[in-house]
Design a protein. Structure first.
Lengths: 519, 426
């Protein structure tokens, strides 16, 4: 065994962990979740809630698993009578001033105070109902954060996040003893671009998102692994949907990318996924108007155009499109002596780093897949591409609703919503958005990351990779692909930096592609 | 009893020898009394030698924990790689304790000299004297003394800062004190790391109580063997100690006796005993944080680290609180609990919630609305508040409750049974 590994026993299970590992983390490796509140792997250790008390052999007092490093030969017992009784007592103490207003609390169902109380709390309190509970009014902390002090258990995760991770220490513990509460600096607001993370970090319903306030009960939500489309960082997120509507975006831990956090821009960047004005069927031009049709008719129209096309072809794509879609859109025009130009444009914004985490920021480039588009041969010379489009034989646009395209040739528009400019398109094909399909992006550092489908697409809309793959097959370019995984396999075969990668390999944490990172 | 007054013949005046002499406060007056000779002596020695002498003397921390001082100094890195700090705990806030105040009021240079010797021993560049915020007079005296001694050049390269606290009891806890010096909220830190590894500003730090440091100069001038010989009972407890006596005695005040001195003699002889017609009921021997002794325990208790433990309590800071038979122990214990509830820093759950809950139950018992189950509940809460938190404030709240219920249970039961006139507490 390596010198850097130490072996200890937790609840009878031997585990080997790296030197310096905290007992609470070692326990996870042994399959034991030690109940805790103040501890969070993304924050400095506080050791204040005292919930993770465990018994360690040969130590006279119970120890907090979050503040003790695992040691060779250590024998930890999380289930001893003394440890359990100490934790039961902490829960009782935490609840004496807690309002128990779970029926109207957003956190209910995903509340660690509920969970651990069910697990090892007392059935009833011994705190006399005659004693008043601490009461403080709800406070408006910032643009999206409300503080409900009555529910607060003073774990200080929010304080430590703002102090050590955001490095804008606007929160503190005010007052002492059982009068204590979380205070916000009187001259500031909790408006840091990453402040919303305090809501996720709060183990109870004390810090709430105004955006999500009373929107859904936790148990009604379906959760899907996804990737944020807010910028080129590629933060891993979970899309929470309720009855086919995305209602919340939360960070999904990925130590290589975003650790446990996402920025507020990304957090709020979901309403467009629920747009009601979607293209629900393929549309074709007839008598100067677009008319709904079926996929077969639409495909025939498109293939007729493409077969007859010669000379210049321009493809304008959205950097929000999946790598798979971008690949198959590109493949349509490969060969045949066509003069193909592919381009994309990225909306730019202000960069907002999270100071305490290296290489993590809301990036200026506000699109998730610019890197993927580049990898597939699309360029950033957007104005030139627009100019070229004017005289092109065919212009294919992939989901750019604000596109100022004019062309003398044939316009084929593939998108989620129908922009005014696309009304004279020859054919319009409806596609799914990021929440409605499976796919992958390549982030700014060249990391390939998958996202899963969170809701169903409206009407006849289908994933863009499916649309282009079917069109390719109709043009005789080989068999169409039946799944996103298969689509990615084709990409990986054709594109050198992605060679050897597969969905299975990517998992939901992603893998770096063999590309140099963006500067 | 205020100073000046003649010491009781049974006192051993070492630290309090010059209490009451205004001239001793001045730099010249202190030098005239042999002051700063010990510092000069120490400076001529290797730091390790100073530590050895203090080790040999048997001096133990006078702030409460009684940790051997020389040993504590020896924990500092021998090879100095980072700046070393010395913190002087002058945040004397323990209810019933007022000895450091008198040392600073009357012999500020004794503290400064001890500080400079300790700084030499641990190779500290900077010393912070953290003075309780309410101590306005001692602060002014210390400021003057520091300025005078500094201009006389006695400290060499050592920088000594006076840092005034802002009124939080918890800042007397050593790591909370360091946070407070750093400008942070005075919350105790998790240990390890211990101060000798990472103390104030994350640097190797030693922290000593005022009385401990004031005892260092005479140890150097008169020798470790002499100091060690000052012991009336246990050889592990050497030297003299100031006891602050308050409560129901005829002459409350500070008394300096050799360790091992009978508590009974302190109360009945030095302090003049109870008021006429009253008898001793109970005594808290070491500041409000230690278990209460009943009469028999008090009268058989020897005042040294081991002797008080034998009677089930602790020597603590030497704050002796005496109760005669007029004392309502339920009320007294409620007042203590309320103090801790007020002063809890709010970090640890058991302390934040437990001290307040305990107070509420005690208030309710006093109000005549207690329930028979309350006593067991109090004991169970106390059990859950002991040994489970970062610092011992929570334990300190539990100690008098547990010993109080154990020794004076009938008083609690009388309130609960409605046999005592309820007390409405504000």
């Amino acid at each position: 065994m390596s010198d850097d590994l130490i072996t200890l026993t937790i609840d009878g299970v031997p585990v080997s962990v790296a030197k310096g590992t905290l007992v609470i983390e070692a326990a996870k490796q042994a399959g034991v979740l030690v109940p805790h509140y103040c501890y969070h792997p993304g924050l400095p250790v506080a050791g204040v809630c005292r919930m993770c008390l465990v018994e360690i052999e040969k130590q006279p007092k119970l120890a907090v698993a979050c503040a003790i490093q695992a040691a060779e030969g250590m024998v930890v017992n999380t289930q001893s009578a003394a440890a359990k009784s100490a934790r039961t007592s902490v829960l009782e103490f935490l609840l004496i001033n807690h309002p128990l207003d779970c029926p109207i609390c957003d956190q209910a169902g995903e509340c660690e105070l509920q969970d651990f109380t069910f697990q090892e709390g007392r059935a009833a309190t011994r705190y006399s109902p005659e004693y008043p509970k601490r009461f403080n009014p709800v406070e408006d902390f910032g643009p999206d954060v409300l503080y409900v002090p009555n529910r607060c258990i003073l774990c200080t995760r929010c304080v430590r996040f703002m102090e050590d991770v955001a490095q804008e220490p606007v929160l503190n513990v005010s007052e002492r003893g059982d009068r204590a509460y979380i205070g916000v600096h009187p001259e500031t607001r909790l408006d840091h671009p990453w402040a919303g993370n305090v809501v996720d970090l709060c183990p109870v319903g004390s810090l709430l998102s105004k955006d999500f306030l009373h929107k859904a009960r936790a148990w009604e939500l379906d959760k899907s692994a996804s990737v944020c489309t807010g910028c080129s960082q590629g933060c891993n997120v979970t899309l929470d949907t309720r009855e086919n509507v995305v209602v919340r975006v939360r960070p999904r831990p990925n130590l290589e990318v975003n650790r446990y956090f996402i920025c507020d821009h990304g957090r709020m960047n979901y309403r467009w996924m629920n747009r009601g004005d979607r293209i629900e069927a393929p549309l074709v031009q007839r008598g100067g108007e677009l008319h709904a049709t079926d996929w077969q008719d639409a495909f025939e129209r498109v293939t007729t155009v493409l077969r007859g096309a010669g000379g210049r072809v321009v493809t304008l794509v959205s950097p929000r499109a999946s790598t798979e879609a971008l690949f198959f859109a590109r493949e349509l025009f490969r060969g045949g002596g066509l003069d193909w130009t592919g381009a994309f444009q990225v909306v730019m914004g202000e960069e907002a780093p999270l100071a305490g985490v290296p290489d993590l920021a809301l990036r200026a480039e506000r699109a998730p897949n610019g890197r993927g588009a580049e990898l597939l041969g699309y360029g950033r010379e957007y104005a030139a591409a627009l100019a070229a489009a004017e005289s092109a034989a065919v212009v294919l646009v992939l989901d750019e609703p604000d596109i100022p395209v004019r062309t003398a040739g044939t316009l084929i528009y593939v998108g989620t919503v129908l922009p005014e400019r696309a009304r004279d398109a020859h054919v319009v094909l409806p596609i799914a958005n990021v929440a409605e399909e499976e796919g992958s992006f390549v982030n700014r550092d060249g990391r390939v990351q998958r996202y899963a489908q969170a809701k169903t697409a409206p009407g006849m809309a289908r994933p863009a990779w499916w649309v282009f793959s079917e069109l390719g097959a109709a043009l005789g370019q080989g068999e169409p692909v039946g799944s996103a995984a298969e689509a990615f396999e084709r990409v990986a075969q054709a594109i050198e930096p992605l060679r050897g990668l597969s969905y299975e390999q990517l998992g939901f944490g992603g893998r770096p592609a063999a590309v140099p990172a963006a500067v | 009893m205020g100073y000046p007054h003649k010491p009781h013949p049974k006192e051993t005046v070492l630290l309090s020898r010059y209490f009451g002499e205004a001239d001793a406060r001045t730099y010249k007056g202190w030098v005239k009394r042999g002051g700063y000779a010990a510092l000069e002596q120490a400076r001529a020695m290797e730091p390790a030698r100073v530590i050895d002498i203090v080790k040999e003397s048997g001096l133990r921390g006078r702030g409460g924990a009684g940790f051997p001082t020389g040993l504590k100094w020896s924990f500092m890195p021998k090879e100095k790689k980072k700046p070393h700090y010395l913190c002087v705990n002058a945040d004397e806030s323990e209810p019933g304790t007022f000895k450091d105040r008198e040392i600073m009021r009357w012999t500020p240079h004794a503290l400064l000299e001890g500080t400079a010797i300790a700084a030499h021993a641990i190779q500290a560049d900077v010393a912070y004297i953290y003075i309780r915020g309410e101590f306005t007079e001692p602060l002014a005296i210390m400021e003057k003394a520091l300025t005078d001694a500094r201009s006389a050049g006695v400290f060499g390269d050592l920088k000594i800062h006076l840092h005034r606290g802002a009124g939080a009891y918890i800042c007397g806890e050593e790591t909370a004190l360091m946070n407070s010096i750093e400008g942070k909220r005075g919350n105790p830190r998790i240990k390890p790391p211990f101060p000798a590894a990472a103390g104030v500003f994350g640097m190797p730090t030693t922290i000593n109580n005022v009385e401990t440091l004031a005892a260092v100069p005479p140890i150097l001038t008169k020798g470790a063997a002499w100091y060690k010989s000052l012991s009336l009972s246990s050889p592990k407890s050497t030297g003299t100690k100031l006891f602050s006596v308050c409560g129901h005695v005829q002459q409350p005040g500070n008394y300096e006796v050799t360790l091992g001195f009978p508590l009974k003699d302190l109360v009945y002889e030095l302090c003049g005993g109870m008021r006429p017609g009253r008898t001793l009921k109970a005594c808290i021997p070491g500041g409000s944080s230690v278990p209460i002794l009943d009469r028999a325990e008090t009268e058989s208790c020897l005042l040294d680290y081991e002797g008080v433990v034998e009677r089930g309590s602790m020597l603590g800071s030497g704050g002796v609180i005496v109760f005669d038979d007029s004392a309502d122990m339920v009320y007294q214990i409620m007042r203590l609990a309320r103090f801790y509830a007020h002063e809890s820093c709010a970090q640890c759950t058991q302390c934040r919630e437990g001290t307040a809950w305990t107070t509420k139950i005690l208030e309710r018992i006093l109000a005549g609305q207690g329930k028979p189950a309350d006593l067991d509940l109090l004991l169970d809460l106390a059990e859950n508040m002991t040994g489970k938190t970062i610092c011992v404030l929570s334990d300190s709240c539990a100690a008098p409750v547990v010993s109080g219920i154990k020794k004076f249970r009938s008083e609690f039961e009388e309130y609960i049974a409605g046999r005592r006139q309820p007390v409405l507490v504000a």
